[in-house]
Design a protein around this ligand. Structure first.
Ligand code: BTN
Length: 332
């Protein structure tokens, strides 16, 4: 029984959601009843709950939180985003893996996914706690053709895609804390780390990798992050399929990326981004190395900078690379 047959049967059951007779499966794939039975048996061993009822056939009752290459490729419905998958049970950092693969020629849209990261990396040299078995850790390789100074906007494109995916897939009101943290009920559930490689001679982008960590089914957090870290399961009260989550993020990202590259700025996405922006019309503290100040966040401009209206009415465009923004009394 090839892995391919098994994954085709899985797709069929998943897409139908109803009972499908053994005979129909046999006919569709031109295999024997025993072959179908064997495939179903193997899927059950992997944790899928498949009901078999006489005269009705098979039905996929429950997909467990299976995360592996087959599960991911089997679900993916995009054209290029997430079509090629490297999956590791354990790795150092998917961003580091993605950079290596990209330098070896990995195609645009390739993703690296891990169940466990031993050296998960966060922004500003921080680490990203990445325990096994419960969260989403993945990185996508991109080969954009625009100028290097535009690449930082891709982080906002990804943030928007993750927030939209959480809303659509989990029905939870996820928002964005500018520029690219995803928050639910004032707690951070997702962080994004973008890294870029520029060709020395030509000054062109060689590749960009965007790493996404989503606290998904983790319920307890270590003390040092407990105050600000949240998860999808804590927010929604239900376990979430990690593969399903990655699939939905890829769907949203592919669409958003394409509308971004058409004009190479965020002017078309600005409105949608601002609707998701948790800071919008709220007081923020801008931690500018040249001096902190407070003001009201008004939304982003077409370059992805945060527009902050100071007390004297003047509007500053805050650039994410240098400056971070907090709520007046807390992280959001
Ligand atoms: C942040 O500091 O908010 C960014 C965190 C980014 C974490 C993700 S997890 C997958 C990918 N691999 C890494 O080592 N980091 C990113």
């Amino acid at each position: 029984m090839g892995a391919n047959m098994k994954s085709q049967i899985l797709s069929l059951l998943r897409n139908s959601g109803e009972y499908i007779s053994g005979q129909e499966i046999c006919q569709r794939f031109g295999v024997s009843r025993t072959a179908v039975w064997k495939a179903v048996k193997q899927l059950k061993e992997e944790g899928y709950r498949i009901e078999a009822v006489q005269n009705k056939g098979y039905r996929l009752a429950e997909s467990p939180d299976v995360l592996n290459e087959q599960e991911l490729t089997n679900r993916m419905e995009t054209e290029w985003a997430g079509r090629i998958v490297y999956y590791y049970d354990k790795t150092g950092s998917t961003n580091t893996d993605a950079k290596r693969l990209a330098s070896e020629g990995a195609a645009h849209g390739t993703i690296v996914v891990a169940d466990d990261q031993e050296n998960g990396r966060g922004r500003r040299g921080r680490s990203w706690q990445s325990p096994a078995g419960s969260n989403v850790y993945f990185t996508i390789v991109l080969r954009p053709e625009f100028e290097p100074d535009k690449a930082s906007m891709l982080t906002l494109v990804m943030a928007m895609s993750v927030a939209e995916a959480i809303r659509n897939y989990c029905g939870i009101e996820a928002s964005i804390k500018w520029p690219n943290d995803i928050v639910i009920d004032k707690k951070k559930v997702c962080g994004i780390l973008t890294e870029i490689e520029i060709a020395l001679e030509t000054n062109d982008i060689q590749y960009v990798v965007i790493g996404v960590g989503i606290n998904t089914n983790q319920k307890e957090f270590p003390e040092d992050v407990r105050e600000i870290a949240g998860s999808l399961v804590n927010a929604g009260g239900r376990k979430v399929s990690r593969a399903g989550m990655i699939q939905k993020v890829m769907e949203r990202f592919e669409q958003n990326y394409e509308s971004f590259v058409r004009i190479e700025d965020l002017s078309q996405m600005r409105q949608a981004y601002d609707t998701l922006l948790v800071n919008k019309d709220r007081q923020v503290k801008v931690l500018d190395p040249k001096g902190e100040y407070t003001g009201t966040a008004k939304g982003i401009n077409e370059k992805g900078e945060l527009l902050v209206q100071k007390e004297d009415g003047q509007i500053e465009a805050v650039y994410a690379g240098e400056v971070s923004v907090r709520g007046l009394y807390s992280y959001v």
